[in-house]
Ligand binder design. Sequence first.
Ligand SMILES: Nc1ncnc2c1ncn2[C@@H]1O[C@H](COP(=O)(O)OP(=O)(O)O)[C@@H](O)[C@H]1O
Ligand SMILES: [Mg+2]
Length: 254
Amino acid sequence: MAVIAVFNQKGGVGKTTTCLNLTAALSLAQRSPIAIDMDPQGHLSLASGLKHGTSQAKSIVSFFKEHTPLAKLIYETPAGWQLIPATLELSKIDALYGSDPQAAKMLKQGLSEELSLTGAPILIDCCPMLGVLTLNALLAADKVLIPVSADYLSQHGVHRLDSALNVLEKKLQRKFERRIVVTRFDSRRKLSFDIYDQLRERYGSLLCKTRIGETVALATSPMHGLDVFAYAPNSPGAADYKALAKELMDSGFI
Ligand SMILES: Nc1ncnc2c1ncn2[C@@H]1O[C@H](COP(=O)(O)OP(=O)(O)O)[C@@H](O)[C@H]1O
Ligand SMILES: [Mg+2]
């Protein structure tokens, strides 16, 4: 079972867009992925078409609050892949468990006890803060996918994130296999190419060759509660996420 945390402490870099469309691409490749929304904003849940009927009784919140088994919290999205959704109630988990050092291990335990046998890749959409929720995601994950939008501040943020992961690795005495993917790439801008080249120089093969372009279909599909393959299967955005899934599978990351 590959557990992949999609994380960057910066907002708006394409974490949710990547989690949504990479999960959909893996589903089309018959890998039966499960996505977990770990952001109280619930944007992944919304973008997956679960805006109606998502009750607190069936979301990741009840795993943390009432210890409901994860397997009982899985929805099938309209596009046919599986999701454990989030609601705003998730924002209370930090306050509930903030000072309990054992709380960060809950998701890891839940996944290994209940979902490890399925062998399905699990993708976790993280929130932008490094609190109890994200620690749960990172401790449960063996891999971290870091989306970086093609702008200067994002590029700067990824160096800090990389250092933070190095510190965490030392503390936990384990490695996180990482990949960085450039998102919102605008081929009309020299800046996009410069940022990609600088990341390549610094991170080498950890940087995905596939770049996710800034495109209308990727921005519009969440409005319709659909991933890009269901919304616009022939769009450049669908081609980019299909290529990313292939690259990550071919390289053994997923
Ligand atoms: N490649 C892209 N092309 C166009 N719009 C994008 C792309 N990636 C993300 N967006 C849009 O940018 C905004 C932020 O993306 P999102 O995935 O929610 O970031 P995060 O989860 O990191 O906060 C959203 O409105 C999303 O639709
Ligand atoms: Mg998000």
